[in-house]
Design a protein around this ligand. Structure first.
Ligand code: MLT
Length: 280
């Protein structure tokens, strides 16, 4: 049995964030996507046998709801929150910074703003580019709709696009459990948090130039059937990031670590070994 995740709250400037942690050794920060919380990393719990897992609920999400610092929740601010969290946990050594989608945008900002905190970077089902004007308009429209209709509208809009379109018949029960987890998680997030995050996503800058100079070893991971940030997004990142290598995960969509946890975990451990970052 792998060690359980322990939940606690830590003080960051202006408020508190919930964090779930487990294991010891090389720190691995796992940053969740939108509009989810730490629970999307459930499949990574076995990594605590080899690494120190640090899994926050980012500002306003999950257990951080109602305790978060006030003020603008830009992606850059979420990156600063994550670093404040590492400080609060006395993580003195550089950590492996891993983020999925929105968490991947936050991870890129940590690499750009706090490079000394990054032992290695893992960008999952994400991209470097800013929103197009059309994508931005869709987000702002969704933010207005959530205010009128509640979280379910986000679940209905997103869940069919979060997972691979096809899956083996034998995986039906697993697939239903994942869909239920995603819906339950989305319905639990405060409307104001979802709206703030949609605005932060819409306003985020293009990170392409900043990512050209990242010197940390970088693993890029994407589901072969990611409908939100398709493999081409990560192929573009691989082409410009100096130390990046790309893994395309078969039978996975935008939630590769949740859909194919064994493949994801094995690839991460192998990447850290090759980067000479021993897990223990
Ligand atoms: C996410 O999964 O975090 C979102 O899909 C991010 C995005 O829409 O850009």
């Amino acid at each position: 049995m792998h060690p359980p995740l322990l939940t606690h709250h830590v003080a960051v400037p202006g408020g508190r964030l919930a964090v779930h942690s487990s294991g010891s050794g090389l720190p691995l920060l796992l940053l969740h996507g939108f509009p989810l919380d730490h629970g999307m990393w459930v499949g990574q719990a076995p990594l605590a046998e080899q690494l120190r897992l640090i899994v926050p609920d980012q500002r306003g999400f999950g257990g951080s709801a109602g305790q978060e610092p006030e003020g603008p929740a830009s992606i850059a601010q979420l990156a600063d929150d994550a670093v404040a969290l590492l400080d609060a946990l006395h993580v003195g050594r550089p950590a492996v910074i891993c983020g999925l989608s929105m968490g991947g945008y936050v991870a890129q900002h940590i690499a750009a703003r706090h490079p000394e905190r990054v032992a290695a970077l893992v960008l999952v089902d994400t991209k470097l580019e800013a929103d197009t004007p059309d994508a931005r308009a869709v987000r702002l429209d969704l933010a207005a709709k959530v205010g009128r209709l509640g979280q379910r509208i986000v679940g209905e809009a997103m869940i069919p696009r979060l997972l691979a379109r096809e899956f083996p018949a034998a995986a039906k029960a697993e697939r239903m459990a994942i869909e239920e987890l995603l819906l339950r998680t989305i319905l639990a997030q405060p409307v104001a948090t979802i709206q703030a995050a949609l605005h932060a996503l819409a306003d985020r800058p293009d990170m392409t130039e900043a990512m050209r100079t990242v010197t940390a070893p970088t693993l890029l991971v994407v589901g072969a059937d990611d409908q939100i940030t398709p493999p081409a997004c990560l192929e573009a990142a691989e082409a410009i990031m100096p130390r990046a290598r790309l893994l395309i995960v078969p039978e996975a969509g935008h939630m590769a670590p949740l859909e194919q946890p064994a493949v994801f975990n094995a690839a991460l451990v192998e990447f850290l070994r090759e980067a000479a970052l021993p897990p223990a």
